[in-house]
Design a protein around this ligand. Structure first.
Ligand SMILES: [Zn+2]
Length: 134
């Protein structure tokens, strides 16, 4: 599957791991409906946590040799690609419909920050974007 994003193979892996992060949130009961659209909204916190979980995955993927160690440039490209693509287009391709409640993402700075929190910590417990100062 192609999402039409630039940024190379890690960008694709990042997008898939972000979506898998939403799956984990769903299993944990952390996917809450609605959530508004402001900078501190539940919707943004949900997206930033998925970015953080993607970072946790990436750290372990590097440790197990699945991924080459990541450069800062690769991370920037991947997050740019993710912003360009957005969950809305991914949902449309995978489900054939779009849920507008999930359109809101954080800023690219917020997304990079939380990806790096996950990448540095390697622990999903570090990804408490619902209570942290985002
Ligand atoms: Zn998302």
């Amino acid at each position: 599957m192609t999402f039409g994003a630039k940024g190379g193979e890690f960008a694709e892996a990042y997008i898939i791991s972000h979506e898998y992060g939403h799956h984990v949130q769903n299993l944990l009961g952390d996917l809450q409906g609605g959530g508004g659209s402001g900078a501190e909204s539940t919707a943004v916190r949900t997206e930033l946590q998925a970015d953080c979980y993607a970072g946790v995955w990436a750290k372990h993927a590097v440790e197990t040799g699945y991924l080459e160690p990541l450069t800062g440039e690769q991370i920037s490209q991947a997050l740019d690609a993710a912003s360009a693509v957005g969950d809305d287009r991914i949902q449309q391709q995978m489900q054939g419909w779009v849920n507008p409640e999930t359109f809101t993402h954080g800023t690219s700075v917020q997304r990079q920050t939380w990806f790096r929190v996950g990448l540095d910590a390697g622990d999903p417990l570090a990804c408490d974007t619902f209570h942290a100062d985002i």
